[in-house]
Design a protein around this ligand. Structure first.
Ligand SMILES: Nc1nc2c(c(=O)[nH]1)N[C@H]1C(S)=C(S)[C@@H](COP(=O)(O)OP(=O)(O)OC[C@H]3O[C@@H](n4cnc5c(=O)[nH]c(N)nc54)[C@H](O)[C@@H]3O)O[C@H]1N2
Ligand SMILES: Nc1nc2c(c(=O)[nH]1)N[C@H]1C(S)=C(S)[C@@H](COP(=O)(O)OP(=O)(O)OC[C@H]3O[C@@H](n4cnc5c(=O)[nH]c(N)nc54)[C@H](O)[C@@H]3O)O[C@H]1N2
Ligand SMILES: [Mo]
Length: 834
């Protein structure tokens, strides 16, 4: 059965209901450029989506050397053919007329076009001068969660063993460093325990600060399909906004921002008090139960109710739901990771599962989610604050092992201190000890907190900035050298989603002009720098994606993220394989910890843990005495109030985040017409009560200000919790919609003008979700609506003004094909699941 649906108006498309434990039906979503039919497509090229961490498999349609559309892959384990709105329309940005096509260098204050030789020699000579005069610590690299595995691995080798700098991190620090840290704290090692297939089996699904409907829309389709099928799951949603998830939840808790830990401690209190814990599991697989029990002893629902501003009865209902679950699946994302006490809170979700023995079985799992499409690879390849292959920088054997893989002396790999985290790299640049910063695949001039500070750091004369991007972004405009990169669809490589599924994404079309794959740029740099190993052979001997992948496999061998069973050829076969994949698990591994805890052993663990309150690293001996047998660690933490709280001058809490139609700083989605027009400019979500009190209405232009700065946004009155403002962080000071270029800036619309420079002590992830702010009227809206979608969390409150629903028009229609041969009855009903 085939239906055509406006996927801007109905982001989740038609339902294909299925019962618990049944297979999720296939539905193939296809979008082709206007005027193109399937018959016109000359080639379908295998890829996976790059605009979130879901890892949806898709094929790119090519005609006459150009991308003309995309289609979800029916046989893939992740999406069973479905695609979300960003994937359906976002590919159009590749062909945008304003792609960078030649390198740029700064001359007399202006960026001018040049050739690759000149640009690279400029970077190389600066690197060599700095190495000679200031040493390796003067050079830093800030990379992404959106490049490919092969690229991160190459960058990690050249930065750590070539340059010998400890200053290499990814924007994954903003994104999933708390996921990694929480897994290290509990299981001694990174690695996602659960699987998306747990959605098919769970009777309760709990989402902590995770707006899955908008940020992983395909897994939300899966949950919606289960909600419409037999034996549906019940949902717990912990989010202060009325997200689509909240609307479908059996229990919705909308806590005061930054109080996750108090809430979670109360939930654990109730579960222990009612003895709905798995004593055998706790005994066999964990340490720390008595301390945890003591920590939450006083954390009654009434106690948490006062802190979180949620009725105690509601907290009890939530505990009832969690405590009664037979198969509990929990997910955690930015409402926890970017909020106050991030790691301490994320760890309590792990604790919930350990206490209830809900791990390693179908439907019983934790997903400490990733956000970016390739963030998992940044982490495992060591392009963020870890050594490659989840090796422990404090364990000399691990460093020696890595040194032997690279054929270098262990002393050549910096391990005198933890790898420098991104916020600290920017601090070193601010202080002047860091003199060169190479930024690849990220736009910190929009995405880091407190933008006035970031702009001033990046604009310093003494800091040499290299920006490697597709577009002349806000960041690239401040750089000294700009390198034009090829991207998804124009280069080949692999990446791994949030449930460890590895996909190969192949080159479909040529990049524009002289743009080059990031891998080629890094390889060129390594060659020009002439990095050598112990035997004077090239340190980076590989030359293309596949040989880089083979090199990475050797580095991953015997590690938790073991890729040795994978090859490019295998990845061209049945779609989507989960690591570890090796001789013992030739078809990959669906769930970790099916048979006890495997990587927490003191000799094997990736980290010895941290104090959750101060972030102080534990010594190996402490770890050994706490956890000699390598069990899971139940770590307790006490709630402390957020650092910046509302006061008379800044009476609101400010939180920031995402909408379904846009990706981050919109360099891609802002250039796709259907997505851009669905949410063309910034807005601020305000509750009905707050709006009434301030005399504000839908569409009024306001100023949102904090002690750091301010931005202007139109008001959308919603059912958000009282006292909280929400601003999407997608809008930089470039207005792509208005076509304004570097000189046509519209400053003051980026959420990060107002956010705070502060981070979680353990994971070092910045707090984008909790700051104090004021809201004042600038100008009446005069009947116009805020540019905010009506389809999801930014939907207008029922009693607020009438706002026209968000629709996409003709070119937003998408074909959805549900094969008739699948078992069960279904009709492709058109509804958006609200
Ligand atoms: N459409 C879209 N999808 C994306 C992305 C995108 O830019 N756009 N980016 C991808 C990336 S990199 C990431 S990291 C993920 C992020 O995915 P999510 O974490 O789902 O997205 P956010 O909107 O950042 O935050 C989620 C929710 O946290 C809530 N929240 C705020 N403060 C608190 C708090 O103190 N406690 C609790 N419990 N909740 C709070 C917000 O109301 C918000 O609804 O999305 C990925 N997918
Ligand atoms: N206030 C607030 N701030 C936030 C967040 C929040 O919730 N609130 N979330 C944080 C999170 S979770 C994240 S992940 C970050 C995201 O922040 P950023 O990483 O800064 O956001 P993007 O817009 O994805 O930037 C990626 C850049 O890489 C370029 N690019 C894309 N593909 C390629 C490629 O193949 N090669 C190269 N060289 N470049 C490429 C794009 O054009 C773009 O400029 O923002 C963080 N900042
Ligand atoms: Mo992210």
């Amino acid at each position: 059965m085939e239906a055509s649906v406006d996927r801007i108006a109905q982001p989740w498309g038609a339902r294909t209901p299925y019962a618990r434990r049944a297979p999720w039906p296939v539905r193939v979503d296809t979008h082709l450029a206007e005027g193109t039919t399937e018959a016109d497509v000359q080639q379908w090229v295998r890829a996976a989506s790059i605009l979130h961490s879901d890892g949806d498999a898709m094929d790119i349609a090519v005609r006459d050397g150009r991308m003309v559309g995309v289609r979800g892959r029916a046989d893939d384990r992740v999406n069973h053919g479905r695609l979300g709105p960003k994937d359906l329309f976002g590919w159009q940005a590749n062909a945008s007329a304003d792609r960078l096509t030649r390198p740029l260098v700064r001359e007399n204050g202006r960026l001018v076009e040049t050739d690759w030789d000149t640009a690279m020699e400029c970077v190389v000579s600066r690197s060599q001068d700095l190495l000679r005069e200031n040493g390796p610590g003067s050079i830093g690299f800030y990379t992404s969660g959106q490049l490919f595995l092969e690229e991160y691995y190459t960058l990690a080798v050249l930065a750590r063993a070539g340059i010998g700098t400890n200053h290499l991190d990814g924007n994954t620090r903003m994104c999933t460093s708390t996921a990694a840290e929480a897994l290290k704290e509990t299981f001694g090692c990174d690695g996602q325990p659960g699987s998306y297939d747990d959605i098919d089996h769970a009777d309760v699904i709990a989402l902590f600060g995770h707006n899955i409907a908008e940020t992983q829309p395909v897994q939300w389709m899966r949950i919606l399909d289960r909600l419409e099928g037999g034996d549906p799951p019940r949902l717990l949603c912990v989010d202060p906004r009325p997200t689509a998830v909240a609307r479908r939840a059996a229990v919705h808790l909308a806590p005061r921002g930054g109080t996750n830990l108090a809430l979670l401690n109360a939930l654990l209190h109730e579960i222990i008090r009612t003895d709905r814990i798995d004593h055998d599991y706790i005994e066999a697989h964990t340490v720390g139960f008595e301390e945890l029990k003591k920590q939450v002893e006083e954390c009654t629902p009434a106690w948490a109710a006062a802190i979180c501003d949620v009725p105690a009865a509601r907290i009890e209902e939530a505990a009832e739901l969690l405590g009664g679950a037979e198969r509990l699946l929990s997910t955690v994302l930015q409402g926890v990771y970017q909020s106050h006490q991030a790691t301490a809170s994320a760890v309590q979700v792990n604790n919930l599962h350990l206490l209830r023995g809900m791990l390693g079985r179908p439907g019983a799992g934790v997903l400490q989610m990733n956000g970016q499409p390739t963030a998992q690879n940044t982490r495992e390849c060591g392009a963020n604050g870890d050594l490659p292959g989840f090796r422990n920088w404090q364990n000399d054997d691990h460093v020696a092992d890595l040194a032997s893989v690279w054929n270098v002396d262990p002393s050549q790999i910096p391990h005198y201190a933890p790898p420098t985290h991104a916020m600290q790299i920017f601090r070193y640049a601010e202080q002047g000890s860091l003199r060169m910063l190479w930024i690849s695949g990220t736009n910190p001039a929009v995405s880091l907190p407190e933008l006035a500070r970031i702009r001033s750091i990046l604009s310093q004369e003494r800091l040499f900035v290299v920006a490697q991007d597709l577009f002349l972004t806000e960041t690239a405009q401040l750089a000294d050298v700009v390198l034009p990169a090829a991207t998804w669809g124009e280069k080949t490589g692999t990446f791994t989603n949030a449930d460890r599924t590895v996909h190969l994404s192949e080159k479909a079309v040529e990049p524009p002009g002289e743009a080059k794959p990031d891998l080629d740029i890094f390889l060129d740099y390594a060659a020009r720098m002439d990095f050598r190993d112990k035997d004077d052979a090239p340190l980076v001997p590989w030359h293309d994606p596949e040989s880089a992948f083979e090199a990475w496999k050797r580095c991953s061998a015997g590690r938790p993220c073991d890729y040795t069973g994978l090859t490019y050829d295998r990845l061209r076969g049945p779609s989507g394989i989960q690591w570890p994949c090796n001789d013992e698990a030739p078809d990959g591994t669906e769930r970790l910890y099916t048979d006890g805890i495997s990587w927490a052993d003191p000799d094997h663990c990736e980290a010895y843990g941290k104090d959750l309150e101060t972030g102080a690293a534990q010594e190996p001996v402490e770890y050994r005495s706490l956890n000699p047998d390598g069990k899971a660690m139940l770590k307790a933490a006490a709630y402390i109030p957020p650092h910046e709280r509302p006061d008379e001058r800044y009476p609101f809490q400010l939180t920031t985040g995402r909408t379904i139609y846009h990706f981050h700083t919109r360099t891609k989605t802002g250039r796709a017409p259907q997505l851009n027009s669905a949410a063309p400019d910034v807005w601020v979500e305000v509750s009905l009560l707050d709006a009434d009190e301030l005399g504000l209405a839908e569409g009024d232009l306001t100023e949102v200000s904090s002690p750091r700065g301010s931005l202007r946004a139109r008001v959308r009155v919603t059912d958000i919790r009282r006292g909280l403002l929400f601003v999407p962080f997608h809008y930089g000071y470039w207005d792509t919609a208005a076509g304004s270029g570097p000189d046509g800036r519209t400053p003051g619309r980026a959420a990060n003008e107002a956010t705070i420079t502060d981070w979680d002590p353990a994971s070092k992830q910045p707090l984008f979700k909790t700051a104090a702010a004021a809201l004042t009227l600038v100008e009446r809206g005069g009947g116009r609506a805020a540019p905010a979608p009506t389809t999801a969390a930014s939907a207008p409150a029922r009693d607020a003004a009438n706002v026209a629903p968000t629709t996409g028009g003709g070119d937003a229609r998408v074909t959805q094909e549900v094969p008739q041969t699948q078992g069960g009855s279904r009709s492709a009903r058109e509804e958006n699941g609200r």
